[in-house]
Ligand binder design. Structure first.
Ligand SMILES: [Zn+2]
Length: 142
């Protein structure tokens, strides 16, 4: 099976088994995306975005998060918090934990501007873990 890490969860949470199978198929599609000039798996094309997973699987976002958390627990995915400028919508920086989100962040898009944690926009995104990326041979050059 593709994601051994999730197989255990299927027997542990039988009510989620079908959805976990659907998630595996979804992740596999993302992982094998052909992205010309992506330059590696940091490219946004390989981001696993909860709302897109929800749409892809035809479920609500909360349930998508439950599934993605299982995949994170199983070492398949890692989470990132992407911080965006509230004025320009530009991507500023990623953090690996909610606790690491800075109180204020300097904006690279606006002169002498800082955004506080109450102002800037945060998006939760999942990426494939090094374990998963390291185990596979890829068409994408790193
Ligand atoms: Zn800004």
């Amino acid at each position: 099976m593709l994601y051994r890490e999730l197989e255990r969860d299927k027997s542990r949470y039988p009510h989620l088994a079908d959805l976990l199978t659907a998630l595996e198929a979804y992740l596999d599609e993302v992982l094998h995306r052909s992205v010309p000039n992506a330059g590696g798996y940091d490219h946004a094309a390989f981001d696993v975005v909860p709302i897109l997973v929800a749409k892809g699987l035809g479920i609500d976002e909360n349930l998508a998060l439950v599934l993605l958390n299982r995949a994170e627990e199983g070492g398949v995915l890692v989470r990132q918090y992407h911080v965006y400028c509230p004025i320009t919508d530009g991507y500023i920086q990623a953090f690996n934990s909610e606790d690491n989100l800075p109180h204020t962040i300097e904006c690279p898009f606006e002169d002498r501007t800082e955004h506080s944690i109450d102002e800037y926009f945060v998006e939760l995104v999942f990426n494939f873990s090094h374990t998963i990326l390291g185990e596979r041979d890829f068409a994408v050059s790193m």
